[in-house]
Ligand binder design. Sequence first.
Ligand code: NAP
Length: 240
Amino acid sequence: MNLGFIGNGSMSQAMQQIALQRDHNIEATIGRNDPWELGKSDIVCEVSTPQSCLTNIKKLANLKKDHIVVTTGWYDHLPEVKKIVAEQGIRFLYSSNYSIGVNLYFRIVESAAKLINHVDDYDIWGTEIHHKNKVDSPSGTAKTLEEILIKNIDRKTSVVEETLQRKKAENEIHFTATRGGILNFEHTIGLDSEADCIRLSHAARNRNGYALGAIKAAEWLTKQAPGFYTMDDFLADILH
Ligand SMILES: NC(=O)c1ccc[n+]([C@@H]2O[C@H](COP(=O)([O-])OP(=O)(O)OC[C@H]3O[C@@H](n4cnc5c(N)ncnc54)[C@H](OP(=O)(O)O)[C@@H]3O)[C@@H](O)[C@H]2O)c1
């Protein structure tokens, strides 16, 4: 595969390293002020900033370039992007989280939530810890986990993320975030009864899982018909 990259920051560089390990060719790496020379790129990876991402998506679509978007924080524009992708007849894939392990974890938590929905004895809690440099809190992954739990457990109707200075209500899930240290990327869901506690945890060892998942998604995209895809489509394909 010939790959182009828009953005050359830490995630882009991690992806380029994985791409080379998987025998792909880096055709272009375009930074903020570089001319757009994409060469023979089969797929372009957009890995820049939320501020520049939409402009880049539009530019790539106008050039009829198939692309994956790794940048987060532009999702208010999803309907507009869907329309542009259809109009230009290109292949497009985006995900807020390219880690295959995290996407498997989402499905495992969803299955557990559906089971526990039938067993009232269990209360549910969540917690996450991330490294000291992470700028947002709670993490986007924690937000997705909260949505999965609320959607699938009828007796839980709200999430509290702040410190609780009162007794937790039965309909609430307390989901807390801790920041500190260097290599922390961990989420845990507890299903907790008088008798026992089932803990479901995902802990990333480094950032490479995100880069590897993104390159695998790009490889997958080249084999699909033109259209608008997400990580769910990719995962559904490899799991079945
Ligand atoms: N979906 C996922 O699984 C996943 C995983 C990791 C990261 N991300 C997302 O990926 C994005 C990049 O993350 P990062 O850690 O690589 O950030 P980063 O290290 O800050 O890199 C961003 C890069 O984009 C460049 N840039 C800014 N405007 C540009 C433009 N108009 N054209 C081309 N390049 C431009 C920046 O250049 P300058 O230095 O010149 O400003 C910088 O090199 C973020 O949105 C992050 O949330 C997503």
